[in-house]
Design a protein around this ligand. Structure first.
Ligand code: AMP
Length: 113
């Protein structure tokens, strides 16, 4: 179990900005941009490496829909934003519960670090 399961179960607090039956989104505790929100499935998939298109397509679609909705609410939709999945050690993943970073409110750099 990861800390994100505890957030889903409301065992530890988080600044939740969106919730549906299958998806939860909350503000990152250590923001890397003016807007930094994590969008996670409620089911415990460890990382993007375990995503299977046929099985998880609807869930991934919901996560992107949530990101677009939140970006509009946060006022960063028109200017643009970045969606990131870190996967595994070299990807810089720290929490092994699938999460999509929604980053915005400033111009992002490329290539990423
Ligand atoms: P990653 O490095 O892709 O696994 O991202 C994990 C993210 O989770 C980091 O950006 C952390 O700042 C964030 N994080 C860790 N614990 C919490 C928490 N309790 N509430 C909100 N964000 C968290």
């Amino acid at each position: 179990m990861t800390i994100f399961t505890k957030i889903i179960n409301k065992e530890i607090p988080a600044d939740i900005v969106y919730e549906s039956d299958s998806v939860l989104a909350f503000r990152d505790i250590n923001p890397q941009a003016p807007i930094h929100i994590l969008i996670i499935p409620k089911i415990a998939i460890p990382s993007a490496r375990e995503i299977k298109g046929p099985e998880h397509a609807e869930l991934l679609g919901e996560m992107i829909d949530a990101a677009n909705k939140i970006a509009k609410e946060e006022g960063i939709f028109e200017d643009g934003f970045r969606l990131v999945f870190n996967a595994g050690t070299n990807g810089g993943q720290d929490v092994y519960h699938l999460h999509m970073h929604l980053l915005g409110g400033r111009k992002m750099k490329w290539p990423p670090g």
